[in-house]
Design a binder for this molecule. Structure first.
Ligand SMILES: Cc1cc2nc3c(=O)[nH]c(=O)nc-3n(C[C@H](O)[C@H](O)[C@H](O)COP(=O)(O)O)c2cc1C
Length: 214
């Protein structure tokens, strides 16, 4: 009986390597997780295009003014964007998971980013989910990309950009590239999304004279 149990254990331990081999098979890499914030700067179309193109698990927050500008510029409602993301949060929801550094993500992208939100982030104000998540990104050293949209830029806005850039934040003014010879407004807008996606390490669009590198 005891020998039988030993044999049983031996048989089980022989089976173990096969089970290990099964689990050792290469698995698909987990989808990246992105937090996306939209603020009330002009250029909602850039956010809409980025949200549609960005792969992975996406969580979206719109400020009150982002909702107004989205409607004024595209006639879309936040609910129209909901199907592209895992979850939509209210900017007033300071108890949302991303108010805490215990919930990690690969990058926080604010697109478009108003100079008001830029200023709040630069001085440490955290009175909305977007600004609180930004403070969390700063303290936890998580990646943050601010797609600032304003022109011209005041010295205050420029100083805020510099201050945050020195903290490791990527300041990415909305400035779409022309080298891909866009044939439509949609192409032009997509060109900027590709730049942001490339920055995040997502394969997207073609680089300048990229064919020569093949
Ligand atoms: C139609 C419209 C366009 C705007 N465009 C800009 C802009 O390009 N850049 C900017 O910084 N603010 C812009 N604003 C002003 C912001 O919406 C305003 O400063 C607001 O307080 C920003 O708040 P938020 O950053 O919480 O969204 C615009 C407002 C409206 C109504």
């Amino acid at each position: 009986m005891a020998a039988g149990r030993r044999e049983g254990r031996a048989a089980r331990s022989e089976r173990r390597p096969r089970a290990a081999a099964r689990t050792a098979r290469p698995r698909r890499a987990a989808a990246r997780r992105y937090l996306i914030g939209m603020t009330g700067a002009s250029g909602s179309a850039y956010a809409v295009d980025f949200i549609r193109r960005c792969p992975g698990e996406k969580f979206l927050v719109l400020s009150d003014w982002a909702r107004q500008v989205l409607h004024a510029e595209t006639a879309l409602k936040p609910s129209d964007l909901e199907r592209h993301v895992r979850r939509l949060f209210a900017d007033s929801d300071l108890a949302a998971p991303f108010s805490s550094g215990s919930n990690r993500y690969d990058a926080f992208v604010v697109i478009p980013c108003s100079v008001s939100t830029l200023a709040k982030i630069a001085v440490g104000i955290a009175d909305t989910l977007i600004t609180r998540a930004a403070q969390v990104a700063l303290k936890e050293r998580m990646r943050m990309v601010l797609c600032v949209r304003e022109t011209p830029l005041s010295s205050i806005a420029l100083e805020n950009c510099l201050k945050l850039s020195r903290e490791g934040v990527v300041i990415m003014p909305i400035s779409p590239p022309w080298y891909a010879a866009p044939k439509s407004l949609e192409d032009l807008v997509a060109g900027f999304s590709h730049k942001v996606l490339a920055l995040l390490g997502e394969r997207s669009g073609k680089g300048w004279r990229e064919d020569e590198l093949a």
